[in-house]
Design a protein around this ligand. Structure first.
Ligand code: MG
Ligand code: MG
Length: 263
């Protein structure tokens, strides 16, 4: 990671196109995420759907990733490989997806409730999603990357949640992961300046218990060290006229779920 690659308006539109393909993919999956479906089934549908849009799955083959989706169930934080284990009532599952079209990536994620979930889990999802928007609001010209992390950390730690340190958001563009890193923790006024034309993937990973994590023997799946659940929401944004514009959308997911649309 070196310097952020600042994008032209035209390039931002291409990133938006890729981001919206992911948004629609997540929206297509949303009504299917029910007890009994397997993450591998969802993965196959997502790959077909992305290719039907004239795009390629963004994760498949990247760093050797074997799948289109990363599906992280309950104590899995991120990078869960899709399995044949059916989802159960009460699970939460982060579905993270990338796409590549016209040479630019989209990358975003939503954590879904499977059937009826506990009140604690429901609050974790609600607050993690809210923290994503607080982070985005802080991504204005004149602020620094640390202001984004501060906003996310300050809010989520007020509920005694753990903010994962080892995995972070990132710049996004012709590469899935570009500079700068965008931690979900930080200090006000610290880090790189937020600049016009920056494109960022902001993605809080928030644990109900300890912030500590470990990796499973599959070499991919990251889980909480205490086995408590973790949530993950991710949007792609661009800094346009000094303000954050959200390029991806949860509209398709939230309309499919019949809940109020956030952004
Ligand atoms: Mg992602
Ligand atoms: Mg990402």
């Amino acid at each position: 990671m070196s310097k952020p690659v600042l994008k032209t308006r035209e390039q931002i539109e291409l990133i938006r196109e890729s981001a919206l393909i992911v948004s629609k993919t997540l929206g297509m999956l949303a009504p299917l995420i029910k007890e009994g479906v397997t993450p591998k089934e969802l993965d196959k549908l997502a790959e077909e759907f992305i290719r039907d849009q004239g795009a390629e799955p963004g994760f498949l083959g990247l760093y050797g990733c074997p799948s289109t989706l990363l599906t992280s169930v309950n104590e899995a934080v991120v990078h869960g490989l899709p399995t044949d284990i059916p989802l159960k009532n009460g699970d939460i599952v982060s579905v993270d997806c990338g796409s590549l079209k016209n040479g630019f990536y989209g990358d975003h994620a939503y954590t879904f409730a499977v059937g009826e979930i506990s009140e604690d889990a429901r609050l974790l999802l609600e607050r993690t999603k809210k923290s994503l928007y607080l982070g985005i609001e802080a991504a204005v010209y004149g602020n620094r990357i640390g202001d984004i992390g501060f906003a996310i950390q300050n809010y989520t730690e007020s509920f005694n949640y753990g903010v994962v340190r080892e995995l972070v958001g990132h710049g996004l563009g012709a590469k899935m992961h570009e500079a700068p890193e965008v931690p979900n923790y930080g200090k006000r006024g610290r880090g790189k300046k937020i600049e016009e034309g920056m494109t960022l993937a902001i993605e809080p990973m928030i644990n109900m218990g300890t912030r500590r994590i470990k990796q499973l023997k599959d070499g991919w799946t990251i889980v909480t060290a205490d086995g408590k659940p973790s949530a993950h929401f991710e949007h792609d944004i661009a800094i346009i006229d000094g303000k954050p514009e959200i390029l991806s959308t949860f509209k398709y997911v939230e309309e499919a779920l019949g809940i109020p649309v956030t952004a």
